[in-house]
Design a protein around this ligand. Structure first.
Ligand SMILES: [Mn+2]
Length: 402
């Protein structure tokens, strides 16, 4: 028995990038994936959660998913697809088309069901992988688990671990290879810096131990973290990563899918790079002048799929005309400005000592005083210019006389 699996995750269909629509990027990815399914002659496609970016995805994002599934199956009739819900998905909504999807050999698991006695319906999460109508392997399709979705345990991660252990015990024939799917944070995995969407909902706890998957599983297909990675050096426990960078925090990430070939007791795993339609660029400038100079060096062109640009510029004083100047400088450049951050000079914020005000002081403090102090902190100890003070005083007067 030889079985070829493609593992992908964290599509986040329907996501907008700093208000830019990403439909063309997602369509480009889905085209690439479809071609890969064909050339690799994949038997199984695993989508490990966060199919959509939100629990209530826009109609065109839903259409994109179902059109892709239909075309992928039409072109590859042998293909079996298993999808689990992630923390961004609505478990119920993702499962809703199951009666139809079943006809196309597509299984969606989002909800953990219980029987009348409150017992978890484990068998529903043990999905047979078939070839020519015969079961050749098992897939533990475990969606993102919410509080109460798992067996009794002292905390969330222990509960998730127990879930996988209980499922493994219930596999009807353990001589066949077992593939696990999960949408979770495993301990020993690396998060992208400052990434909000990767943060686990149940906070303050360490991740799920990869040891749970190291016993008896041929491969574990994980979703949730957006960077492609092995977990704690385990070859066969991996995050596929997101096919599109989800934020500027992921600038250094490469986008991939994972190709897994299971041949009897042997598992061969390969990372296949994707070629995203749109890249990320960051300009770090020490001054406005520096920023304008770097912008001048950007390629020219009019491209609907141009790279997203982030500009981080250090400023020594308020620059109300900054957005306008940047916008003017970017005219004709083959980039899309997604984010402009004006930051005070690095050495200023830390240099000023902040004192804790007493209750009496707080009562005496005036709006003008507070504003001038904030101004000093922001702009390296400089006093607020008289012109700004005058305007601010007018606004304060008006507000107080309302
Ligand atoms: Mn997630």
């Amino acid at each position: 028995m030889e079985m070829r699996i493609i593992h992908t995750a964290d599509w986040h269909l329907g996501q907008t990038f700093h208000d830019f629509d990403r439909k063309r990027e997602h369509l480009h990815f889905l085209g690439e994936l479809k071609r890969r399914i064909g050339t690799y002659a994949a038997d199984v496609l695993l989508i490990a959660g966060d199919v959509f970016d939100s629990p209530n995805p826009p109609a065109d994002a839903q259409e994109m998913l179902y059109r892709f599934l239909h075309e992928a199956i039409a072109e590859n009739p042998q293909l079996q697809v298993i999808i689990i819900a992630g923390n961004h998905d609505s478990a119920g909504r993702l499962e809703a088309p199951n009666p139809l999807l079943k006809l196309l050999n597509i299984t969606v698991r989002g909800v953990v069901r219980r029987d009348v006695n409150g017992e978890i319906d484990y068998s529903r999460l043990i999905v047979p992988l078939t070839q020519g109508g015969q079961t050749v392997a098992w897939c533990l399709a475990v969606p993102y688990l919410r509080y109460g979705d798992y067996p009794p345990a002292e905390n969330y991660t222990k509960g998730v671990e127990q879930m996988f252990l209980n499922l493994y015990e219930r596999i009807p024939d353990k001589r066949l290879p077992v593939v696990a799917m999960g949408h979770l944070q495993a301990s020993g995995s690396e998060l992208s810096a400052n990434d909000k969407s990767e943060r686990v909902v149940v906070g303050g706890l360490e991740g799920v131990s990869p040891e749970v998957f190291s016993r008896g599983f041929a491969y574990t297909a994980l979703g949730h973290l957006h960077r492609t990675q092995k977990v704690s050096g385990h070859e066969n426990i991996r995050y596929a990563g997101s096919p599109l960078p989800m934020s500027f925090a992921e600038t250094g990430n490469r986008q991939n899918i994972i190709l897994v070939e299971i041949d009897g007791k042997q598992t061969h795993i390969e990372t296949a790079a994707l070629s995203p339609l749109t890249g990320l660029r960051t300009i770090r400038a020490s001054s406005v002048q520096d920023a304008l100079q770097q912008i001048a060096g950007l390629p020219e062109g009019d491209n609907a799929d141009a790279d997203y640009l982030e500009i981080r510029v250090r400023i020594g004083e308020p620059e109300p005309s900054l957005p306008h100047r940047i916008e003017e400088a970017l005219k004709g450049k083959a980039v899309r400005l997604a984010r402009l951050a004006a930051l005070p000079h690095e050495n200023t914020t830390s240099a000023i000592k902040q004192t804790v005000a007493s209750f009496e002081e707080l009562q005496r403090i005036t709006p003008m005083h507070m504003a001038t102090e904030a101004f000093k902190r922001q702009y390296g100890g400089d006093d607020m210019p008289q012109a700004i003070k005058t305007i601010l005083q007018q606004v304060i007067n008006e507000a107080e006389n309302l």
